[in-house]
Design a protein around this ligand. Structure first.
Ligand code: PBE
Length: 296
């Protein structure tokens, strides 16, 4: 109720502001839908799945900056498709984005400045296991603990998948061409004989890449690995209640802060597998705005 009223009030304010602009504009009647890429024709932020941390952060941004924009939930795939279509037509668009992501390689994009720091600073991606995995599957636990890679590494797998390679195959290709690095993850680990292990993940492009690589490496030491795609809330709950063995998709300190606080005592944090991750509102370079404040 309150947010709606506030939205209406902000909507009216911007109409009044536009009217005022018009007066000073030598009579030029520029519709706010037309020309230019200053974001004035936008009425929504193109989001991803509702359970993603970047979606709560985007809603926070709308509230904090008083934006008259609706947050549209969809999926990672639908978001990148909308982004690609907008770019083909040089239309304005703002999406919930994150790094690492192939979209920054494929398109000219920029993060909007976030002076209120709603999206936080750089983050790390952590590996988590269920309680007891270290005792039940020490070999897998060691590999999971050792798993660590860079933005270039993940980028290679992500881009390959984006260009049409099957995720399992892209992961296998990467493992094959980075055998030295993978050998460090499996160093001193003995082989197992078809033991089962499950990895939970969410179908975000970054996590499709990392989860498939870890699956490949665990298979190479004899595990029978099942990867299970689900919503973030189920991923965290699954590790906490022991239904899932592990995941490599915990974004901290901010993006998954709420999930982490809920399950901190029921999960095992094996530490960082990726540094320099980031989330924020992302727009094409051709847009004439630089800050979230410019979306007002
Ligand atoms: N992401 C990608 C996730 C974490 C990984 C940024 C979309 C999220 O927002 O929860």
């Amino acid at each position: 109720m309150n947010t709606k009223k506030m939205g209406l009030a902000i909507g009216l304010t911007s109409i009044l502001a536009l009217a005022a602009c018009g007066d000073n504009n030598d009579g030029a009647d520029t519709s706010n839908e037309s020309s230019g890429n200053d974001g004035s024709g936008l009425n929504e932020i193109t989001g991803i799945d509702g359970g993603a941390g970047v979606m709560s952060a985007a809603q926070n941004a709308i509230d904090t900056y008083g934006l008259d924009l609706a947050l549209q939930a969809s999926s990672g795939a639908a978001m990148t498709e909308a982004l690609g279509n907008a770019i083909d037509n040089e239309e304005p668009i703002v999406v919930t984005g994150w790094t690492p992501h192939w979209m920054f390689t494929t398109y000219d994009l920029k993060y909007l400045d976030d002076p209120e720091n709603v999206f936080g600073e750089e983050e790390s991606i952590h590996t988590f296991t269920r309680d007891g995995l270290a005792e039940d599957a020490p070999e897998a636990n060691t590999v999971l603990d050792n798993f660590y890679w860079s933005e270039d590494d993940m980028g290679e797998v992500m881009l390959d998948i984006q260009e049409g390679t099957d995720p399992e195959e892209a992961a296998a290709k990467w493992v094959e061409s980075h055998q030295d690095q993978v050998d460090e993850w499996t160093d001193g680990v003995s082989e197992v004989d078809g033991d089962s292990i499950s990895l939970a993940y969410v179908s975000w492009d970054s996590e499709i890449a990392s989860t498939n690589v870890v699956k490949n490496v665990l298979e190479s030491i004899g595990y029978n690995v099942e990867i299970n795609s689900m919503e973030s809330a189920f991923m965290w709950a699954g590790i906490a209640n022991g239904e899932q063995d592990a995941m490599v998709a915990g974004w901290l300190p901010l993006t998954h802060q709420e999930y982490f606080e809920d399950y901190e005592d029921q999960v095992v944090d094996l530490g960082v597998n990726f540094e320099g991750a980031k989330t924020g509102l992302v727009v094409p370079e051709y847009m004439d705005i630089d800050s979230i404040e410019d979306l007002k």
